[in-house]
Design a protein around this ligand. Structure first.
Ligand code: ADP
Length: 604
């Protein structure tokens, strides 16, 4: 806890006012919760209390307090939620904090729920006094200096809700000045749906931004609103406003963030989803039903008048209304991205870089929108520079008249892919090949069989329709020699391979492994092996380049003596070399031993 405290205090040093935003946001959450509970439960403590936030400042004593009439906390809440910082994720949080760049800190703090803790930036000791909305609740006082220990005592608190008070450290005494605090509230919290008072003066303007007509939503308001709901320090990359009337009715403000969370595929990355309101009344801030998983990066607000007011979470989870809203939202967001792709390439590129891997998973999940998703996919190819991308549409427009298929290859990185011998034919003939090096690509490929009536084809498959190449300089072996050599290869390799054939695709390399007609993509196979140690994979076809000097030499040895150990060793070595290049070599020590033997032979 000490370490955490130290980290938070020092990392957030450049944004000390964050504590205020966090406290107001917690108070606002607490008020939202009690308002929501009162929709269905009239039996709460103090049902008629005004829903508000009151801040008291004392410049002489250097003190600050914030009080809300929200849901309050029970003793257990105090211990579990306030007393232990994001208990389960604390360690992970500390690690991420240490790695994070400064601009990501706000993100992390919000995501891991150490919001309240930020108060220890500006004070050495905090007092929380609270009484929950349960009918027979009692009051508690919690005190802590943030280093892991705290005290709790029962108190006689007359009102519902929570009061948090503390004395400011000298460095931060300006937070007891009305002017300073007012400015921060204006900046961060103008969207809180409850009045905020400093003393008796109301300091925020309560407006639901999404209820205003589009032309009255200023860029600045939108940005501040985004920061408020997302805990992001940066402005959003863009936003989309919707006012839908018809089969469903709702208004929505949807934002696309400028940066991606550190781990795109974890649950925590997008803990909070869209905020759902029913006619301006807050329902919940993590309404996952409103967006398909692959669009989870979008944040914002959906406000619908179509929900019954006594909604519960169960209702929102199973409601056909949610499905309808999700369908409309999905279509609109995809359209919005398509618009970026056409008219704002800079923004689209950023979006793609940040969220592309997540977005791609939509192909496997959202069949109804598959065509739209496909148009938004971008890939590296042998005709793009590293880090640049092409759409499938552009790929197809570059296809030569003869080319009937879209070619692709999967691997771990661009560098590794470019060394793949199976690319040689394509490079030589200037045929573009898509380079798939994102782990998600393999799974995506299972849903991407064709585009524009042209099948996608792995260049590692054996049944490619390649024109035999005529090379002036190097004559391939004649048919009989090839036949005889192939049979020695087959005999030597036995059931290690499905077949050995003459290659049409190799230019510089002597041999390569390709996948048989029914085999899996090599990357996929590697994944399967990682998941299941016993999985051995399907056998491959070895292709040999009969124009290669080594292969010609082997043919010579073969004519002299087909049982020559050097010939046999070289055959196995060629095969294992090809396996190594794919990352599928099973026994490196055997490989090295054999190599040493061959070198000894060669240097005699
Ligand atoms: P987060 O708000 O991200 O959950 P915090 O550290 O800010 O993380 O708060 C932890 C928890 O403490 C909240 O989720 C809430 O349950 C409780 N809490 C904090 N402030 C209040 C408050 N003013 N009223 C009621 N509960 C609160």
């Amino acid at each position: 806890m000490k370490q955490l405290l130290h980290l938070i205090v020092h990392s957030l040093y450049t944004h000390p006012e964050i504590f205020l935003r966090e406290l107001i946001s917690n108070a606002s959450d607490a008020l939202n919760k009690v308002r929501f509970r009162m929709l269905t439960d009239k039996d709460v403590f103090e049902p008629d209390a005004e829903l508000k936030i009151v801040i008291e400042l004392d410049q002489d004593k250097q003190t600050f307090s914030i009080e809300d009439s929200g849901i309050g906390m029970s003793k257990d809440d105090l211990i579990d939620r306030i007393g232990s910082v994001a208990s389960s994720g604390t360690l992970e949080f500390v690690q991420q904090l240490q790695q994070a760049k400064e601009k990501d800190l706000g993100d992390l703090i919000g995501r891991f729920g150490v919001g309240f803790y930020s108060v220890f930036m500006v004070t050495d000791e905090v007092t929380v006094e609270t009484r929950s909305a349960d009918k027979d609740s009692i009051g508690y006082r919690w005190k802590s200096s943030g280093e892991g220990t705290f005290t709790i005592e029962e108190i006689d608190k007359k009102t519902r809700g929570t009061k948090i008070s503390f004395k400011l450290k000298d460095d931060f005494k300006h937070y007891s000045e009305e002017f300073a605090v007012k400015n921060i509230i204006k900046k961060y919290s103008n969207f809180v749906d409850f009045p905020i008072f400093i003393g008796t003066e109301k300091v925020n303007t309560v407006t639901a931004l999404w209820q205003k007509p589009k032309d009255q939503q200023s860029e600045e308001e939108l940005t501040e609103f985004y920061k408020f709901i997302s805990n992001d320090f940066n402005p959003p990359l863009g936003h989309l406003y919707l006012n839908i009337e018809g089969v469903v009715n709702f208004k929505a403000l949807i934002f696309i963030p400028e940066t991606a969370p550190p781990q795109l595929f974890t649950r925590e990355a997008f803990e909070k989803s869209l905020h759902l309101y029913s006619n301006k009344v807050f329902i919940q801030d993590d309404c996952k039903e409103l967006l398909p998983e692959y669009l989870r990066f979008a944040t914002g607000v959906v406000d619908t008048a179509d929900l019954p007011l006594n909604v519960s979470r169960e209702v929102t989870q199973n409601s056909p209304l949610m499905v309808k809203i999700r369908n409309v939202l999905t279509g609109k967001i995809l359209g919005f991205l398509q618009d970026w792709a056409q008219n704002e390439p800079g923004k689209f590129e950023k979006f793609h870089k940040n969220f592309g891997p997540l977005f791609k998973t939509g192909l496997n999940a959202d069949f109804a929108n598959k065509d739209k998703i496909v148009e938004l996919l971008r890939f590296e190819s042998t005709k793009t520079a590293k880090g640049e991308f092409t759409s499938l549409k552009d790929y197809v427009s570059r296809m030569g008249d003869e080319q009937q298929e879209i070619y692709d290859v999967t691997g771990e990185s661009r560098e590794q892919l470019e060394r793949n011998p199976n690319l040689e034919y394509f490079k030589k003939n200037h045929i573009e090949v898509l380079l798939f090096s994102d782990p998600v690509d393999i799974f995506m490929l299972s849903s991407l069989n064709e585009y524009d009536d042209k099948p996608l084809k792995s260049i590692e498959k054996a049944d490619l329709d390649l024109k035999t190449q005529k090379d002036e300089k190097t004559e391939p072996l004649n048919e009989d020699l090839v036949k005889s050599l192939l049979s020695v290869f087959k005999e030597t390799l036995g059931d290690r391979v499905e077949d050995v054939i003459e290659s049409k695709r190799l230019v510089d390399s002597a041999a390569t492994l390709v996948v048989g007609k029914d085999g899996l993509d090599p990357q996929m196979e590697k994944m399967m092996k990682m998941m299941n140690k016993d999985y051995s994979g399907a056998k491959k076809i070895l292709e040999i380049n009969t124009a290669h000097p080594l292969v010609k030499n082997l043919s010579r040895l073969n004519i002299a003596d087909s049982t020559d150990p050097l010939l046999r060793n070289c055959i196995v070595q060629l095969y294992e070399g090809a396996a190594l290049q794919e990352g599928n070599l099973n026994s490196p020590s055997e490989f090295v031993r054999r190599m040493t033997e061959i070198m000894t032979d060669a240097t005699k």
